[in-house]
Design a protein. Structure first.
Length: 208
């Protein structure tokens, strides 16, 4: 396993750190591409809803979405899958090349506290296409989220094309942190919503 430095944007989301929304506005929307999405800030989105915020300390904007695939055994969903695109300033001028894909256990309340979390994040699309983000030689991060010392969260920077392949799969199962999960239709719809939001660029504006 090769570890990279912790991605600040993803870490901010993991810790639930949010700053007050910024006050910048787009002065002239005609300057934007016709496909560029205007995204209102939303620091506390609901599940499967687009989140967006500007972090003054980083001089950086983030757009993200969270889903909780269903557990393929009896019990509540134990893993949150997060997609995040981060960019300097308020405007993503070009289509992103990659997306941060994050698998994090639910911390409050802790689900299956007796089970050891493993550094695994693997997708099986339509029963045949295997996408292993934590394969031998892959570059990813294995960091703590629910505690300061116990590592339990995988973060991988993934090409947009791979995220799209997963989002458009009719049948997606996931091995994340040692749990066997399955995408619901709503999870796939949420991933496609995220891709539509950022795929041609995006501009953050203050929610009115």
């Amino acid at each position: 396993m090769k570890l990279t430095p912790v991605v600040a944007a993803a870490l901010f989301l993991a810790l639930g750190i949010c700053e007050r929304p910024f006050s910048a506005q787009v002065d002239d929307p005609r300057q934007l591409s016709s496909d560029n999405h205007t995204v209102a800030t939303n620091a506390t989105p609901k599940l499967r809803e687009i989140g967006a915020n500007y972090f003054e300390a980083l001089k950086q904007s983030q757009i993200w979405i969270n889903v909780e695939p269903e557990l393929m055994e009896i019990g509540p969903a134990p893993v949150i899958l997060n997609l995040t695109v981060a960019f300097a300033g308020f405007q993503l001028n070009d289509p992103p090349n990659s997306v941060a894909v994050r698998a994090q256990p639910r911390c409050f309340p802790i689900v299956f506290p007796e089970r050891v979390r493993e550094p695994l994040l693997r997708f099986l699309v339509n029963g045949s296409t295997k996408i292993d983000l934590t394969a031998v030689g892959a570059t990813y991060q294995w960091i703590p989220s629910c505690s300061e010392s116990q590592r339990d969260t995988v973060i991988a920077q993934v090409p947009v094309a791979v995220v799209r392949q997963i989002a458009e799969g009719g049948d997606v199962t996931v091995d994340a942190l040692g749990f066997a999960l399955r995408f619901t239709t709503a999870d796939s719809v949420a991933w496609r919503l995220f891709l539509r939001t950022v795929e041609h660029g995006a501009t953050l504006v203050q929610r009115r």
